[in-house]
Ligand binder design. Structure first.
Ligand code: EMZ
Length: 386
């Protein structure tokens, strides 16, 4: 197995049982493993709610470390839809040409900052600053605020040695409060100002709701985007033939991105809370207990994806659920896809070869199972076109 591969720990359980029971801080979770069941449960918000105690649908649970409800992902219809109607147009801006020019500029500059080093750490020197700078474009705040975001590290709620560090988010909350005050005094063309002036379901949005939206904007696309960028470069380093193919066939880049997103599935799963006694593929789910929709497992379901453990760059049929499914599909998906498309374009134009020097893997533990999500660090070196 190569160093850039991501094995699927769920294969056996998915085929045999369809679910996997794990404990999480004494609040058990039944992980749903098959694509068909994941989709069914994702649709069925009347039975499986997202609007539980804030933090409870996240696994590991964040109920002990935050009180703010993240919006819209911790809401059910119809209120969920009212917030999406407000937010969707803003989060579709990455389709616009001038947005893409700004992102491209950021990617080129980031690449230029590492290309002359003999080796660099892909996360610290590339993916983290890239994600942070791209986020200033998504929120349309000044570019230099990225330096603050970079200083927070790769996860907004999790520190290096404590995955549930309640103090960690204080810096983000302080930034948000300060930004809200600043934008009340001086509105502009940014996400904060949009929210401060918006009504949802006929009511002015509260500061607490704005905070919930911004926290999700930071948290949802943080480690996920960083892992996606890092894992992609690791993959291209170990597969020079794929880099050559993407260079020669720009028309398959879009499909290749979907395939890499399927294969890496940066977000392993997302929970729901059962409103009533229910059943998932013949296994009982008790009222008020948790299930999780395991995107990572569903994306390797051999009954849907041929050769699910292989990266097939131009895979034709690819109904993956890496961005979630149904009404809760990822709000930041257009931004993430655009970033990946521009990254592949720039790498194909400028990078001749990537060398994988060394890495320390980032492994999640779910019950007895271990799942690689990315790397704690990844040393690479680049050979650029002269
Ligand atoms: C939550 C979650 C959202 C959670 C779409 O995912 O991402 C996690 O990384 C955060 O810890 O709070 O925002």
């Amino acid at each position: 197995m190569s160093r850039s591969s991501h094995p699927d720990p769920f294969a056996e359980l998915r085929a045999e049982r369809g679910v996997y029971d794990i404990d999480d801080q004494n609040d058990p979770v039944k992980m749903v493993l098959r694509l068909k069941d994941v989709r069914k449960c994702a649709h069925n918000w009347k039975q499986y709610s997202s609007e539980a105690t804030p933090g409870r649908i996240v696994v590991p649970s964040e109920v002990d470390i935050r009180n703010t409800r993240q919006i819209p992902f911790e809401l059910d219809p119809p209120l969920h839809g009212d917030f999406r109607a407000l937010l969707d147009p803003w989060f579709k801006r990455p389709s616009q040409a001038h947005y893409q020019q700004r992102l491209r500029h950021i990617i080129v500059a980031q690449l230029e900052s590492v290309q002359l080093k003999s080796t660099f750490d892909c996360i610290r020197d590339f993916s983290l600053p890239l994600q942070s700078r791209a986020l200033t474009v998504l929120m349309n705040v000044p570019a230099d605020e990225a330096e603050t975001f970079i200083s927070w590290g790769t996860h907004v709620f999790r520190s290096e040695n404590d995955p549930l560090d309640a103090g960690k988010a204080e810096q983000l909350y302080a930034y948000i409060d300060q930004k809200i005050d600043e934008k009340i005094a001086q509105p502009g063309d940014d996400l904060f100002s949009l929210l401060l002036n918006a009504k949802v379901a006929g009511k002015q949005i509260s500061k607490e709701e704005i905070k919930g939206i911004i926290i999700l904007t930071f948290a949802g696309g943080r480690d996920t985007v960083i892992n996606m960028v890092t894992n992609t470069l690791a993959y291209l380093a170990e597969h020079p033939e794929s880099l050559e193919r993407l260079r020669a066939e720009p028309e398959i880049r879009g499909r290749a991105i979907e395939e890499l997103i399927r294969y890496f599935s940066p977000l392993t799963h997302m929970g729901r809370v059962a409103r009533e006694d229910a059943q998932v593929c013949e296994h009982a789910v008790a009222q008020d207990s948790r299930i999780s929709l395991c995107w990572a497992s569903a994306n390797r379901d051999a009954s849907v994806f041929e050769h699910p453990d292989e990266v097939i760059l131009d895979r034709k049929l690819n109904p993956h659920v890496a961005f979630g499914f149904a009404h809760h599909n990822c709000l930041g998906a257009t931004h993430a896809r655009t970033l990946m498309q521009l990254l592949l374009d720039v790498v194909c134009e400028r990078v001749q070869r990537i060398d994988f020097i060394d890495a320390q893997e980032n492994i999640e533990e779910w019950g007895e199972l271990r799942r690689k999500v990315g790397y704690h660090n990844l040393q690479l070196s680049l050979q650029v076109n002269s």
